[in-house]
Design a protein around this ligand. Structure first.
Ligand code: ATP
Ligand code: MG
Length: 411
């Protein structure tokens, strides 16, 4: 993409009311736009990052047998009344509205109810199991606090997968596969080193659930990290019992601020009982389906990466999610030779499917470099009158600041 074509402009200052570092940087670099508190639009650069995050998650969900769907945001009150989750006294973050005929609809904050209900038409016998169904879908939550930028939005994308199994053993086996898939996902997203499998409250069907918590001061959660075992315990369940279960001692734990980037949860028969999702086993006996749910917030992940991988000049994307692989910069020269050579290189790289953002604008070197630092593409290639004299270009690594001269022909 040519930067002269990109409609977004960088800006020196983030909006005054934006307090989160992730949103400040992403707004300044033109990745997102703040519509109101906790509500953000994704612009071309931001959408490219989001799509890369989504694709990594999608590949790993497909690898464990996930089938992708897209359920509706609008929710039928009747279905939610069956699990007693329609009432605002029970669920306090609903956005609700009314149809013209006066009946109530909600904007989904999660999708256990509609998917369980839908699966009643598709799961009849043990032969129809196991199943793992997932989506990338917009959730709406009337969150109290919206001070963490895109890490806590009121409208946000979620990957939610739901598993359906015949019994607890089969469920546990899938749960373990999902746990491993999550570890791969956060590794690939560049968060592996800072992300811990965290024991958290489990609900009525399992003692614990598991959160994937990434250490950052921007996080709203407190966890206790056991570095040796690469695991953590959420503050909400830290007690002698959990320490005993994990075979760890309190003195080995270090308190950290963290953000929950994902979680996996055993649901047991909570939803299948309430909504009547049963199957016939090999003996023809009717049994409730055992369920699990597995969430990740791609927007929260993007915000977390921005918090972790940035410096005083701007963003520093991991290669796997960077909007482009290369930021190609042509510095102005009077002769037009630099422009010509850089145009040519851009064409060649693009033909080879290398993702290039090409700064072909008529701007000063200072402006181009500071914009490039802010946008944060990991590798920068600069061609100037000076480098062109040697038929070479300068390659700069955004993270390490190291510079290398290479022949343009070798690029
Ligand atoms: P939190 O305790 O931080 O509010 P949660 O327990 O409500 O999270 P889930 O309902 O399990 O989160 O949602 C699954 C995933 O969706 C979370 O792990 C997180 O990555 C993401 N997520 C949840 N709430 C938000 C939000 N308001 N904005 C962006 N992403 C979110
Ligand atoms: Mg929440």
């Amino acid at each position: 993409m040519k930067q002269s074509h990109l409609f977004t402009k960088t800006r020196r200052e983030a909006p005054k009311d934006e307090v989160a570092k992730n949103a400040q940087l992403l707004i300044r670099a033109g990745y997102i736009n703040k519509e109101m508190a906790g509500v953000y639009s994704f612009l071309p650069l931001g959408l490219r990052v989001m799509n890369k995050i989504v694709q990594i998650i999608r590949e790993e969900m497909n690898a464990i047998g996930g089938q992708e769907v897209h359920l509706t945001a609008l929710q039928d009150k009747k279905v939610w009344e069956m699990t007693n989750r329609w009432d605002d006294a029970i669920v306090d973050n609903w956005f609700k509205t009314k149809l013209k005929n006066g009946s109530d609809v909600g904007l989904g904050f999660t999708h256990e109810e509609p998917l369980t209900n839908l699966m009643k038409d598709h799961i009849r016998s043990f032969r129809d199991l196991p199943r793992a169904i997932y989506q990338f879908q917009t959730k709406f939550r009337n969150e109290d606090r919206a001070k963490s930028g895109i890490m806590r939005a009121r409208e946000f994308l979620m990957k939610d997968l739901y598993s359906f199994n015949v019994d607890d053993e089969a469920h546990q086996a899938f749960y373990e596969q999902a746990r491993k898939a999550y570890t791969r996902i956060f590794d690939r997203l560049g968060l592996g080193g800072q992300t811990y499998l965290t024991f958290a409250a489990g609900g009525s069907f399992s003692k614990y659930s598991h959160e994937f918590q990434t250490i950052t001061d921007a996080g709203e959660d407190i966890i206790y990290v056991h570095e040796g075992k690469r695991l953590a315990v959420n503050k909400e369940v830290l007690n002698d019992e959990v320490l005993g279960d994990l075979g760890i001692s309190r003195t080995d734990l270090v308190e950290k601020k963290a953000v929950e980037v994902g979680n996996i949860f055993s649901l047991g028969t909570k939803f299948s009982d309430a909504l009547g999702l049963n199957f016939k086993d090999a003996e023809g006996k009717l049994k409730p389906v055992i369920m699990g749910s597995y969430g990740i917030g791609p927007g929260r992940v993007m915000g977390t990466i921005a918090e972790l991988w940035s410096d005083d000049k701007g963003l520093v994307w991991p290669e796997s999610v960077s909007p482009f692989a290369i930021h190609l910069i042509a510095l102005n020269d009077e002769s037009g030779d630099v422009k010509k050579a850089t145009d040519e290189l851009y064409e060649k790289l693009t033909k080879k499917d290398v993702e290039v953002l090409y700064d072909d604008r008529d701007e000063t070197a200072g402006t181009k470099f500071s914009d490039s630092d802010l946008i944060g593409i990991p590798r920068r290639i600069v061609i100037s009158a000076k480098t062109l004299k040697d038929n070479s270009a300068e390659i700069k690594d955004r993270k390490t600041d190291t510079v290398e001269m290479v022949a343009i022909s070798s690029l």
